[in-house]
Design a protein around this ligand. Structure first.
Ligand code: BES
Ligand code: MN
Ligand code: ZN
Length: 496
């Protein structure tokens, strides 16, 4: 999908579809009012008939409007406030995109740059439009008839703006496209079935990215190298799989090499069967999404390159399958982590923390300023927070607040859970330095407590995205979260 900035007369611009905003109580946006006059009151008549109320998320296509060059008008409901709330605006845009994609319109002119957004400027309006259009146009059709049908119906979106604003719109489009591209990349990787999206596939993706961009250095550690480093916990998860594990390292250099990087560590379990502690069959297919933390790191790295942010970021992705076989790790097995600490594996389904603990230890190599791990770590987090919030566990208030703020700003929200030492005793083991699971209670927190044992003296935050990384049911698919949160945090870091 291509985005262009233009300053045209909306009444004469030839397009398949002209998108204009309408509000509740039959209120028209400025562009809608102009088009209404040219079409001899068409829009007002439609609003009067009540076919569209103007609520956020409502859309209506008007075919063959008289008096203007556009083939269709798309009315986009923006709600009751002249200053539209930013999340509502993005939702309205995504709904508009879905409606247009269901028509035969391959090009669109958006007259929505004029919409006032609460607490946001023109650049943010445009970013929201680009991200919203891209989100609403997303499809994953690679494995359906007519392969390669990831392409949306919409090919070009022309954002109309005042002559004086066209340059600013063009710049904001670039930013919006970079963010939207990162989200899209994360969704694509998440949705890709596990027989295609293997650890090796992820490694190849990273190497390919590294080849394409000078600012990105990529290396992939194989099993032998991980053995040398003593990553016994990570390797214990891979034992039952025929797919070789990979440790993927992506270094983005946007600032002076001396500047300490921000490390992003993403859980990359490309399929989680539970291992010997095997999961029930229902919805097990969704465990292909168990690499969505890794996918978010990939999405962020790609967007960083496009945005050319002046910071250093290192992405670390431990990638493996978790499967049962004769060689698989068994409940009761004790392994030694890279840190030297030993772990009694009481449940092979608590594998995320096993691969993350070694990846977290490994990332000390980069002397990171901040470490953030992103993981579909626990079903308990879904029980606690449902699907709207990611779980955030972090002992550093300033870092926690910065991440919460970034989530709020991008409607990719997180909610903080405690990370108190009181929970640590759950992990006591009779046979090793710690067990890999606690009791049934507070499972999201004990998982974080396990990781905390490997991040002492690091400024570290843990995002449990088990509830937010994908949607189940009819619209099953990866959401691309928390790419928006992470990119916002990094943009804020780059701005100071
Ligand atoms: N990948 C799962 C977590 C998960 C489960 C995410 C369901 C989303 C939906 C993780 O590896 C896991 O299996 N965790 C266990 C931990 C337990 C054994 C302590 C869980 O949550 O049941
Ligand atoms: Mn598991
Ligand atoms: Zn898992």
């Amino acid at each position: 999908m291509e985005f262009v900035a233009k300053s045209d007369d909306l009444t004469t611009s030839k397009t398949h579809c002209l998108a204009v905003g309408v509000f509740t109580n039959r209120r028209l946006s400025a562009a809608a009012a102009r088009i209404d006059r040219k079409t001899r009151g068409l829009i007002k008549r439609v609003l009067h008939n009540g076919d569209i109320k103007g609520n956020v998320g409502q859309t209506l296509v008007l075919q063959s409007p008289p008096g203007i060059a556009a083939e269709r008008i798309l009315l986009v409901g923006l709600g009751g406030h002249t200053e539209v709330a930013a999340p509502d605006f993005q939702r309205a845009i995504a709904a508009a995109a879905r409606t247009i994609n269901a028509s035969a319109s391959t090009n669109v002119v958006s007259a929505l740059a004029e919409v006032e957004i609460a607490g946001a400027d023109l650049a943010e309006n445009i970013e929201l439009q680009v991200i919203g259009f891209d989100r609403g146009s997303y499809r994953f059709g690679e494995f359906k008839a007519g392969r390669g049908s990831n392409a949306s119906v919409i090919r070009r979106v022309t954002i109309n703006a005042d002559k004086t604003a066209v340059d600013a719109v063009r710049d904001a489009i670039k930013v919006g496209k970079a963010i939207a591209g990162g989200i899209r990349f994360a969704r694509d990787l998440g949705n890709r079935p596990a027989n295609h999206c293997t650890p090796t596939y992820l490694a190849e993706c990273a190497l390919e990215m590294g080849k394409q961009h000078n600012s990105l250095k990529v290396k992939v550690l194989d099993q032998a190298q991980m053995e040398k480093l003593g990553m016994g916990a990570l390797l214990s998860v891979a034992r039952g799989s025929r797919q070789p594990p990979k440790l993927i390292v992506m270094q983005y250099h946007g600032a002076d090499a001396k500047q300490a990087p921000i490390a992003l560590v993403g859980k990359g379990v490309t399929f989680d069967s539970g291992g010997i502690s095997i999961k029930p069959a229902a919805a097990m297919d969704e465990m292909k999404f168990d690499m969505c933390g890794a996918a978010s790191v990939f999405g962020v790295m790609q967007a960083l390159v496009e945005l050319a942010l002046p910071i250093n970021v290192v992405g670390v992705v431990p990638a493996t399958e978790n499967l049962p076989d004769g060689n698989a790790t068994k409940p009761g097995d004790v392994v030694q982590t890279m840190s030297g600490k030993t772990v009694e594996i009481l449940n092979t389904d608590a594998e995320g923390r096993l691969i993350l603990c070694d990846a977290l230890t490994y990332c000390r190599e980069f002397n990171p300023d901040v470490v953030i791990d992103i993981a579909t770590l626990t079903g308990a987090c879904v029980v606690a927070l449902g699907h709207h919030a990611s779980g955030l566990m972090c002992a550093d208030d300033a870092l926690a607040n910065a991440l919460l703020a970034a989530g709020n700003a991008t409607f990719d929200r997180a909610w903080r859970l405690p990370l108190w030492d009181d929970y640590q005793k759950e992990l006591d083991s009779n046979f090793a330095d710690m067990a890999n699971v606690g009791s049934r209670h507070g499972g999201a927190i004990t998982a974080a407590c396990f990781l905390a044992r490997f991040t002492t003296d690091l400024r570290w935050a843990h995002l449990d995205i088990a509830g937010s990384a994908w949607i189940s049911g009819k619209d099953k698919g990866a959401t691309g979260r928390p790419v928006p949160l992470l990119l916002e945090y990094l943009r804020q870091r780059a701005a100071v």
